[in-house]
Design a protein around this ligand. Structure first.
Ligand code: MG
Length: 461
């Protein structure tokens, strides 16, 4: 009998109840996502992917090897062909799925979470991340996977050198001559994560002058918390100023998220990194732009400037990759940083995102580029409301917006768009409150907007 503890609050997803799968796979501490759950999940995932060829990768977390062993054993036990690419960034693993082909990929990682966490990101053979809803389908197979017949259990194959292959693919999409000519001086804050396997080498080969901090992989994350928020990268900001570097770059633990510090020491938050990435992409050629409903309007403003359409999805990397798989959009990204370049994979590639921006810095300083991105101020709030209150608030806001004739987007919460501001009211998936997020051209306007909707939300309880 397995002692499985729920990692996340149970989230109703239509008729499906995902117990273990959250926003992007399964995540928790070793007490909740241990080797037993990993083995059972891998058997179910293997069955879901028709017991085909499955790639396995992991980050460097202390629990990674144990979970890797359980995942490989689970996949083997149901007859999968396992290709183990070892320790790699998530973008490298997702690129290798596209390159080697396969029926699925499991990345053992807890992304930006604290050291005691780990988890499984699951990606199908088309490169689409498994959402909560599809995770619910996989969970139906928990404990029901059929063991492979005698003789059908195959040895796992080790595949090495994937960082090199990912680097070569990125370099083919860049203009190395621009780097070689300008030789920008950049500081890399690896955050003791898996970006160590690829970022310093890539920028060195491109001809940049580099200085790396928190540069060794360490599952204790001694340098800084893994999430590259402004308060966590103060050392990097100080070093950029002191050394007069052209930029600072910081990644999360598995290298899919990235943020920047400009040459003046200003923090460039994730959605501004994305807005600039969109600008650079559309300068090369037009195409639709994909983002989530919680991302800055700066992205849509940049796309409109080029006469391009913005497509919105629910919040969460799997929903963006599902939409990207339809092949309509040229680029995708969200507020936490990291951009999807479909040339490489349908997942956020924080390494390539960084390289494209450094390439742009070779032409003019990052602060100058940022002047081309419309400035918005954002304010966040939340209203405690219990599970029942979430529906009352969202229904109430919807009614209110309809009465007023506002422009409503209701794919994930209620987003209302005004002339040069917008606000979104969304229920938290895991906790008993609704989040309110507003953006406007001035701080005062953004504060007033969020205050107005906070008061309105409380009135519907
Ligand atoms: Mg991550």
């Amino acid at each position: 009998m397995l002692n499985l503890i729920t990692v996340r609050a149970t989230i109703p997803t239509g008729n499906m109840m995902a117990k273990y799968f959250g926003t992007n796979g399964i995540r928790g501490t070793m007490e909740t996502v241990g080797t037993e759950l990993a083995l059972q999940a891998a058997q179910a995932i293997g069955s879901y992917f028709k017991c085909g060829k499955i790639l396995v990768a992991r980050d460097h977390r202390l629990t990674g090897e144990a979970l890797r062993n359980a995942v490989v054993a689970g996949l083997q036990s149901v007859g999968c062909d396992v290709i183990d690419i070892g320790i790699a960034t998530s973008p490298t693993a997702e690129f290798m799925l596209k390159k080697l082909g396969g029926d699925g990929l499991i990345i053992i990682t807890a992304s930006h979470n604290p050291p005691e966490y780990n988890g499984l990101k699951v990606i199908d053979g088309k490169g689409v991340s498994i959402s909560k809803e599809r995770g619910g389908e996989i969970e139906k197979l928990f404990g029901k996977a059929k063991p492979a017949a005698h003789g059908a259990i195959k040895p796992a194959k080790e595949y090495r050198g994937s960082a090199r292959e990912h680097m070569d693919a990125m370099m083919a999409l860049l203009h190395p001559e621009k780097f070689a000519k300008r030789k920008p001086f950049i500081i890399l804050d690896i955050g003791n994560g898996t970006a160590a396997t690829i970022a310093p080498q890539l920028f060195k080969e491109l001809g940049c002058k580099i200085l790396s901090i928190n540069s060794h992989m360490d599952g204790h994350f001694p340098g800084r918390p893994s999430e590259p928020r402004e308060e966590n990268i103060q050392d990097l900001i100080r070093m950029v100023k002191e050394t007069k570097a052209d930029a600072g770059i910081a990644w999360d633990g598995d290298g899919d998220r990235v943020v920047f510090v400009d040459e003046k020491g200003n923090f460039v938050v994730g959605d501004k990194v994305y807005a600039l990435s969109v600008l650079l992409k559309l300068k090369e050629g037009k195409g639709d732009v994909l983002t989530t409903v919680a991302t800055s309007k700066a992205v849509e403003d940049v796309a409109s400037k080029f006469g391009c359409k913005t497509i919105y999805t629910k919040v969460g990397a799997p929903y963006m990759s599902e939409e990207m798989a339809k092949g309509k959009a040229a680029i995708a990204g969200e507020e936490v940083g990291g951009v999807i370049y479909p040339e490489l994979s349908l997942a956020k590639d924080g390494i390539f995102t960084a390289a494209k921006i450094v390439e742009a810095i070779c032409g003019k300083p990052l602060s100058k580029w940022m002047e081309e991105i419309p400035a918005y101020y954002n304010v966040k709030a939340r209203v405690e409301c219990g599970e029942k209150g979430k529906k009352s608030i969202l229904d109430g806001i919807n009614r209110h917006a309809k009465q007023k004739g506002y422009k409503i987007m209701d794919i994930d919460g209620i987003r209302l768009t005004f002339d040069d501001s917008w606000v979104i009211v969304r229920a938290s998936g895991t906790e008993p409150y609704v989040r309110i997020f507003g953006e406007a051209k001035s701080k005062g306007k953004a504060e007033a907007l969020v205050k107005e909707y906070e008061k309105l939300a409380k009135g519907f309880l």
